[in-house]
Design a binder for this molecule. Structure first.
Ligand code: C2E
Ligand code: SIN
Ligand code: SIN
Ligand code: FE
Ligand code: FE
Length: 370
C-alpha cells in the first residue's frame, strides 16, 4: 500500500529539512538514499552521481564507507541516465541490460527496481536515484514513481549546491597550493619544499593530537608560510651569500607581508594560512620575529610550521648555504628544544623520526636551487 498524501508530505518534509543542512556530498548521498527508501518502501536505495569527464557513476552507501564507482552508461541505471527517462522494472532478471555481476558477488537478489534520473537547474542529468526491491507482494507502481520524482525535485538543488561547494573547496585548495609554490619559486627553492613542509606539518599536527579537520587545514595552509617573500626584492631574496644587517631587516618583513596579504579573508583555510605566515618565525622563548610571541602565545599552527620549515631548510641547499647533514640538524634541534621550538613538538619529532625521514625521501628534490 502507498502512503496517504499527508503522511507522504510529512515524510518528505522530514527528509528535506535534514538534507538541506548537509553540504558534504559524501554525507548527502546516504541521506537522500534513506529518503528514497522511506518514500517508496523499498529495501534499498542508491543515489548515483554522474561524472561526465570520467564517464562513471559514483555512489556512497554510508558515511565512512568507500564510494562505489561503475561505468556511466551500462546497466539499467546507465540506461535511465542515457535516455533521461525513469524506469520501473518489476522483473529485473529478464531485463536485458541488467548486470547480474553485483548480485552474484554479494548474494543479494534484486527482483524489482525503479530508477529516476536527477536533473540540475539547467535540465542536465547529474545523476540518478535507484530503488531496489519494493516491500510487500507487488512491484513498484506509477504512484511510487510520482512520489519519488516529487521528492527528488526537492533534493536536486541540495545535490547540485553540495557539488558546487565541493568544487569551490577544491579550487580554493588548489589556488592556495599554487600561491605557496609561487612564493617559494621566486627564491630558488623547489616546489618540493612546500610539499615537504605540508606533509611534515600534517604529521606533527596528527602527533600533537589536533582534530583530523585541523590536520588537513594545516597541511593545506602551511605551504603559504613564505608567501610574503613575493614582495622581497630579488637582490635580497636571492643573494648568493650571507645577509648584512639591512638585508636581514628587509627579509624579516616577509612574515608580516604574508599576513597582510591573507588577513582580510574570512575563509577558514586562508585564515589559517595568515596565522602560519605571521607566526612561523616566532620562537618559543620569545626571541623570534615579528612580534616576539612566547610559548603558547604562538598559535599551534605557527609552532608546527616553524619546526617543519627549519627542518626542511636546514636539510636543503640554499643560495646562501649548503644542506646540513642529519646529525648537525638533530644536534641543533636538541639545543633548541624549548628555545626556538616547542619542547613537546621536538619530543614528538624525535619519537617519530622515521616518519619524517620517510616523507623527505618521498618528496626528494630532483634538482638543487643553485
Ligand atoms: P629559509 O632558507 O627557508 O630558512 C628558514 C629558516 O630555517 C630560517 O629562518 C632559519 O630559522 C632556519 N635556517 C636556515 N638556514 C639556516 C642556517 O644555516 N643556520 C641556522 N641556524 N638556521 C637556518 P630565518 O633565519 O628567519 O630566515 C628566513 C628566510 O630568509 C630564509 O628562509 C631565507 O630565505 C632567507 N635568509 C636568511 N638568511 C639568509 C642569508 O644569509 N642569505 C640569504 N640569501 N637568504 C637568507
Ligand atoms: C546496480 O545495482 O549495481 C546497477 C545494476 C544495473 O543498473 O543494472
Ligand atoms: C610541483 O610543485 O608540483 C612541482 C614539484 C617539484 O618541485 O618537483
Ligand atoms: Fe619564512
Ligand atoms: Fe620556507
Amino acid at each position: 500500500m502507498g502512503h496517504k498524501a499527508d503522511e507522504l508530505l510529512a515524510l518528505i518534509f522530514k527528509h528535506v529539512t535534514k538534507i538541506a543542512s548537509i553540504h558534504d556530498p559524501d554525507r548527502l548521498l546516504p541521506q537522500v538514499a534513506e529518503m528514497g527508501r522511506d518514500i517508496v518502501k523499498a529495501d534499498r536505495c542508491s543515489v548515483w552521481l554522474l561524472d561526465q569527464e570520467n564517464k562513471t557513476l559514483r555512489t556512497k552507501v554510508a558515511d565512512g564507507v568507500d564510494s562505489i564507482i561503475i561505468p556511466a552508461y551500462s546497466g539499467i541505471v546507465g540506461e535511465a541516465i542515457r535516455e533521461g527517462k525513469s524506469k520501473i522494472i518489476n522483473d529485473v532478471y529478464s531485463h536485458q541490460s541488467f548486470n547480474r555481476d553485483v548480485d552474484d558477488e554479494t548474494g543479494y537478489k534484486t527482483s524489482t527496481m525503479m530508477v529516476i534520473p536527477v536533473h540540475n537547474s539547467n535540465d542536465e542529468v547529474v545523476g540518478a536515484i535507484q530503488v531496489i526491491n519494493k516491500k510487500g507482494k507487488n512491484g513498484f507502481s506509477k504512484e511510487d514513481l510520482k512520489h519519488l520524482m516529487l521528492a527528488s525535485t526537492y533534493v536536486a538543488e541540495s545535490i547540485e549546491s553540495s557539488l558546487l561547494l565541493q568544487e569551490i573547496d577544491a579550487t580554493q585548495r588548489e589556488l592556495v597550493y599554487i600561491m605557496g609554490v609561487t612564493g617559494e619559486s621566486r627564491s630558488k627553492e623547489t616546489g618540493n619544499h612546500v610539499k615537504r613542509v605540508a606533509e611534515y606539518s600534517r604529521l606533527l599536527a596528527e602527533l600533537y593530537g589536533l582534530s583530523k579537520e585541523e590536520c588537513n587545514i594545516l597541511k593545506d595552509a602551511s605551504p603559504m608560510h613564505d608567501l610574503g617573500k613575493i614582495a622581497i626584492p630579488d637582490a635580497v631574496l636571492n643573494k648568493p651569500g650571507r645577509f648584512n644587517e639591512e638585508e636581514r631587516r628587509i627579509m624579516d618583513t616577509h612574515a608580516e607581508l604574508g599576513y597582510n596579504i591573507l588577513k582580510g579573508s574570512e575563509r577558514t583555510l586562508l585564515k589559517a594560512a595568515s596565522i602560519v605566515a605571521y607566526q612561523h618565525h616566532e620562537k618559543y622563548n620569545g626571541t623570534g620575529y615579528p612580534n616576539q610571541l612566547k610559548g603558547e602565545e604562538i598559535h599551534i599552527y605557527g609552532r608546527i610550521t616553524a619546526l617543519a620549515d627549519v627542518f626542511d631548510a636546514l636539510g636543503s641547499d640554499r643560495v646562501y648555504k649548503k644542506a646540513w647533514d642529519d646529525e648537525r640538524i638533530f644536534k641543533l634541534f636538541r639545543e633548541e628544544r624549548g628555545e626556538h621550538f616547542d619542547p613537546k613538538l621536538i619530543d614528538l619529532f624525535f619519537e617519530n623520526i622515521d616518519k619524517f625521514l620517510e616523507i623527505r625521501a618521498q618528496f626528494k628534490d630532483t634538482y638543487h636551487g643553485e
